[in-house]
Structure formats: structure tokens, C-alpha cells
Write a protein that binds this ligand. Structure first.
Ligand SMILES: [Zn+2]
Length: 624
């Protein structure tokens, strides 16, 4: 695809949880819990007007769903701040300091005064109906292979409650995650190459990881902004795999191109979606459709809309395996229904030809026209089909701005409209924090080593291979490595590869590697250094340590891996020579190879190969 010609533009938004002692506005720990909740809270949320008297469109859409929100809460793990029953405590200064370090690494302009705003979010993920967020810095830069990327904003905010599940009309959240400090890094939307987005995401991840941040699944979340010239700005949330990013961009561009094509076709047909919603219950009195029968038996309804000029286009594919109909259905599903029926796919799903004809006749459809059906409880079905109608209408004039959710196959699905600026208002419960120039100077003179710098340093300092060094950095094992190196003289490559590869292999073979802490590893390497075990015996000793609580030395002894003394080795070699005296007499030094093999079979892991070799050589020479 010619991205330049299409006017592709991309931006990134990265959210990273911080690993601070306490949450951002209360003393609770920043830990998730699997414990059974001590109590549950029930809330309903409504949109409020912004300072300018506007209501955010995303908030408005959420409010139409009339959902109940259940919050799983704890006596000790969460407090009244998360429940929004107590004002926030003063700002966690440790979190602000981490934000200032990141801002300094990215050469950003730090604000003079940090103040918290409330960002309206009424999808239930915050008990108060808003998320607290504050701007820390602006205008940073990041160098990439494809040019400089501007870092627009760095914000410090509170993480949202953790979504646990959904039942009909109810969403369950857990309060453990709410309030964990979160950094939001936003680039400008100027990136033009899919590979560049991946590079920036990677680099920002590296910068973040040089400070006190949380590691592991779900602790960093990437959102991708994508637009093409004729299309619209779309935000894809929750891109997990960086390697998938270029494919994700490609799929979104494809989607927008196809939607533009559908739009042009609709315009050329003079397409129209009027505001009428028709009750067509009577046309399905004898239907065999399970979905429709279920809806009607619950006292629900079947609603239809007429889409003039849409015939054949609803079934058109917009992303691999996802049709324009899937886009329409996405809007309906947000209102709680399980899906829609559209005329491009009917008859099917036990809706027969007669029923299709009846609906077409009732709606007075012409050749190019299409219809959509939704069957469910009255209000839900009505809301759903209204949303489909709204989406269909917009398809005639534009590619709508949307927030979408990243799917594992690099496609995406509709989540909600893109939020507008109307969702910010001032938080009056928290005083502002002055950030002094001295504070910034102090931080700048003491910046942490970036992962890439760390890697280059350990390669240089310990003559490590690039691969081992990268692994150590990636696995966050550099500190352990350096600690072990400071206490033993075993060569760096042996220590490095044990930390970088061996532990991973042992874990893969289901060994309990949690027992192999730095102290235990240190003691094991001391054994190597003291000549008590060979390097080759390290793996077996480590496996032994996983299986039984014992010291490395006792483990080596139990496994019969302690090196023999030179005298004991000599005894074994003498024995071997007398057993093989014939071969030596025949071949002389030519017997060396065979005898070395036999010796090492007996002495593997218990004697140094060099010593065995020397003893054999000397003794064979003497026999001659
Ligand atoms: Zn709390």
C-alpha cells in the first residue's frame, strides 16, 4: 500500500503503571488481588456538563445504556477513596517524581505547577464518573530511523477499576486497580510509516522501564491513532503485541479505504436512511427464527429500518472476514443486543424467503434498498436499531471517528465514539503542586541508565556477547548479574548465559525456579570458582536446588557432582590404563582419543577435562 499517497498519519498513546508504595491519592497498595471481595457497591453514572456546558458524545452514548455498575471492594486492600466516599488524599509525590524523571529523559518542558483535572469517564471504570489526570510535561522528542517524533504530552493519572465481567445490564468492576498511578505518554500524530510506530512504542517502553514501573501483562497498554486523508481519526485501544502493530495499521487503512468506497457508491446511488423505525412483529408470527421467537416470548419486539441504496454493500468485506454489516452490528451490540439481521445475508438464520419478501413489501423497498432487523426486549432493541441507523446514515457522508478495540488477529471492533474535549473539568479537592527548576535540575543530574545504555555498558565491561547482554536487559537481570559478578571470579559469559538462558529453560521444563534467588545463584558460582564443581555441573545443581531445599554444596554432594581431588582422579585413570594396556601397547599415543572418551564417561562433572587430558598424556608416555 502506498501510505504516503493515502496520507497516512499515526500517533501513539502509552499507559504505564508505576510501581510505587501507595496509590496516587490514597495509602492503599498498588497490588491486584484474587481474594474474594469483602463487600460490593452498586452505582449508576450520569454524564455532567463540561465547564463550557457541553456534554461529551462518548459520555452521552454510555448514559443511554442505563447500566448498573457493581464494584468489588475490600476492608483492607481498598478504601473509601476508591469508593468515592471520601475525598482524595494529597498527591503521591513518589509518582510525580517518576513522571519528572521520564519527562527529563524525553527532554520535555515540565509545567511550573502540576494540577489535577477530572476527565469524564462514565463507562463505570471509575466510581466517581471521572478519572483524575494532570499534565506533567509537553514537547519532548524521540529519534527514530524514520525521523524525529514529537512527544506531545506526559500526564500522571489514576488507573481505572478492573473490569471483571458483565451480566445483562450489569458490569462488575474490582476496585484494586483503581488509583494505581499511571503515566500517559502521547506522541503527536505525525508518524507516517507503520514500522515507525512500532519503533517508537519499543523505545518509549525502554525509557519507561528505566524507572520504577510495573512489569508484566497488562501493566503497559498501547493505543494507536490512525487516519488517512479521506478517512477519519480512529483510536485503536489495547494493542498488546508490538510486532502486530504494522499489521494493525494495514488492516485499519484497508477498513477506511473500503468504507470510503462504500460511501462513494452510496452517494452515487443517492442513498438515504430516514429516521423511521418500524415495528414488524406481525410479519414474524409464524417464524422459526429462535432469536426472534425468544424476543417476542419475553414481550420484546422486532424492529426494522429501511436503508435506501444500501443493497449489496452491507455484505461487503471491510477487513479480512469482517463486513460492513459487522460494523453496523458493533453499534447495536453496544446497546446490549446480540446482533442484527441485514437483508444482504437473508434468507438465513431460520428467517425464510417469504418473511424477507414480507418485510421488503412492508418497507416498500426498491431494487437497491436494504433493511436491518433487530429483535430483543423493547427498549434495548429500539436503542440498538437507532444506533445502527445513526451509523448507516453517517456511512453516506463520512468515515466516523471512533474508538475501537484491538483484536488478537490485528483487526479491531467498535467500542465508542472518539471522545471530545468537552470531557475535562477542574478537580477542586486537590491542591496544586509547584515544581521548581531546582527540582528538575537535581533530577536531570541523576538520570537512570536507559536499557540501551545499560546493554552497551555490560558488553564493554564484561566482554559479553550482544545476545546475552540483550537478554539480561530484557529480563531485567542486569542487577543480579552484576551482583554475582562482584562476588565470584567465574567468567562473565557463564554467569550471563545462566541468567539469560538456563533459568528460562529450567522454567520451561517445569522446574520451580522461584527457589533460585540471587543468593543461591551466588553460592553456586562460588562453588565453581573454588573448583568444587565444574561449569558443566551448574545446570544439574540448579535442577537439584529446584527439587529440594538444600544448599548448593549439599545439593552437589547429594548428586555426586563434587569434583574429585587430583589424587582420586589419578587413581581412576590408573585403573583405566591397566584395563586398556593392550591398546596402549599397540597404538601408543594413538590411543589417547579413545581413552580420553572413556575417562570422561567416568569423570564427567567430577574432574576438569584439562587435568584428565594432562594425566593421561603423561602416563601413556611413561608406559611407552
Ligand atoms: Zn485506597
Amino acid at each position: 500500500m502506498d501510505y504516503e499517497k493515502l496520507g497516512l498519519k499515526m500517533g501513539l498513546e502509552i499507559h504505564q503503571q508505576l510501581n510505587t508504595e501507595k496509590k496516587l491519592f490514597c495509602p492503599c497498595k498498588c497490588e491486584l488481588t484474587d481474594k474474594k471481595p469483602d463487600y460490593k457497591l452498586l452505582r449508576y453514572l450520569r454524564p455532567t456538563q463540561s465547564e463550557l456546558g457541553k456534554i461529551d458524545r462518548a459520555a452521552f452514548e454510555e448514559s443511554r445504556r442505563k447500566l448498573e455498575f457493581i464494584y468489588e471492594s475490600y476492608d483492607h486492600e481498598t478504601c473509601l477513596v476508591e469508593a468515592d466516599d471520601e475525598p482524595p488524599h494529597p498527591l503521591n509525590m513518589e509518582a510525580l517524581e517518576i513522571a519528572l524523571i521520564i519527562a527529563s529523559i524525553l527532554n520535555m518542558n515540565v509545567v511550573d505547577e502540576f494540577h489535577i483535572m477530572r476527565k469524564q469517564v462514565i463507562d463505570g471504570s471509575n466510581t466517581g464518573g471521572f478519572q483524575r489526570t494532570g499534565l506533567v510535561a509537553t514537547d519532548g522528542t524521540l529519534e527514530t530511523e524514520y525521523g524525529t517524533v514529537k512527544i506531545e504530552n506526559l500526564c500522571l493519572e489514576e488507573d481505572a477499576a478492573r473490569r471483571m465481567g458483565q451480566e445483562k445490564g450489569k458490569i462488575v468492576f474490582r476496585l484494586d486497580r483503581l488509583g494505581i498511578p499511571l503515566l500517559e505518554v502521547t506522541t503527536d500524530p505525525s508518524m507516517k510509516h507503520p514500522e515507525q510506530v512500532k519503533e517508537v512504542a519499543y523505545q518509549l517502553g525502554q525509557v519507561l522501564r528505566s524507572t520504577k514501573v510495573k512489569r508484566g501483562l497488562g501493566t503497559i497498554r498501547q493505543d494507536l491513532n490512525i487516519s488517512i486523508a479521506e478517512g477519519a481519526r480512529v483510536e485503536i485501544k489495547g494493542v498488546q503485541d508490538l510486532d502486530l502493530m504494522p499489521k494493525m495499521v494495514e488492516n485499519e487503512v484497508k477498513r477506511q479505504i473500503n468504507l470510503i468506497e462504500i460511501m462513494k457508491k452510496l452517494q452515487s446511488r443517492g442513498a438515504k436512511a430516514d429516521n423511521e423505525i418500524y415495528n414488524v412483529d406481525d410479519l414474524f408470527g409464524k417464524t422459526e427464527s429462535k432469536i426472534i421467537n425468544k424476543a417476542i416470548s419475553k414481550g420484546g419486539n422486532v424492529y426494522a429500518i429501511k436503508l435506501e441504496g444500501f443493497s449489496g454493500l452491507i455484505g461487503k468485506e471491510v477487513q479480512s472476514g469482517r463486513r460492513f454489516g459487522t460494523e453496523l452490528a458493533g453499534y447495536a451490540k453496544k446497546m446490549g443486543v446480540s446482533g442484527i439481521f441485514h437483508s444482504d445475508e437473508l434468507p438465513a438464520y431460520d428467517i425464510n424467503t417469504d418473511e424477507v419478501l414480507e418485510v421488503s413489501r412492508f418497507l416498500e423497498l426498491s431494487e437497491n434498498d436494504a433493511f436491518i432487523l433487530v429483535a430483543d426486549e423493547e427498549e434495548m432493541a429500539k436503542n440498538a436499531i437507532t444506533e445502527v441507523q445513526r451509523r448507516a446514515k453517517s456511512a453516506i457522508t463520512e468515515v466516523p471517528e471512533e474508538t475501537r478495540k484491538a483484536l488478537e488477529d490485528a483487526n479491531s471492533e467498535y467500542l465508542r465514539p472518539l471522545p471530545t474535549a468537552s470531557r475535562m473539568y477542574v478537580e477542586t479537592d486537590i491542591p496544586t503542586t509547584v515544581i521548581t527548576r531546582e527540582q528538575i535540575k537535581e533530577i536531570k543530574s541523576n538520570l537512570p541508565e536507559l536499557p540501551v545504555e545499560k546493554k552497551l555498558r555490560i558488553i564493554e565491561q564484561y566482554s559479553l556477547s550482544e545476545d546475552i547482554a540483550s537478554q539480561l536487559v530484557r529480563l531485567d537481570k542486569v542487577e543480579d548479574f552484576e551482583e554475582i559478578m562482584s562476588s565470584s571470579k567465574v567468567d562473565a559469559t557463564t554467569v550471563g548465559s545462566t541468567l539469560a538462558y538456563t533459568l528460562k529453560e529450567l522454567r520451561r521444563d517445569s522446574n520451580d525456579v522461584s527457589k533460585l534467588n540471587t543468593g543461591v545463584l551466588k553460592e553456586t558460582f562460588v562453588l565453581v570458582e573454588a573448583g568444587k564443581i565444574t561449569k558443566e555441573a551448574i545446570v544439574d545443581v540448579l535442577i537439584g536446588l529446584c527439587n529440594k531445599n538444600d544448599s548448593p554444596e549439599d545439593t552437589a554432594r547429594r548428586l555426586n557432582l563434587i569434583m574429585l581431588s587430583e589424587e582420586d582422579v589419578e587413581v581412576i585413570i590408573d585403573e583405566l590404563l591397566s584395563e586398556n594396556i593392550k591398546i596402549i601397547e599397540e597404538r601408543g599415543m594413538g590411543a589417547m582419543g579413545a581413552l580420553m572418551g572413556k575417562s570422561m564417561q567416568k569423570l564427567q562433572g567430577k574432574a576438569d577435562g584439562k587435568l584428565v587430558n594432562k594425566l593421561l598424556r603423561d602416563k601413556i608416555q611413561n608406559i611407552k
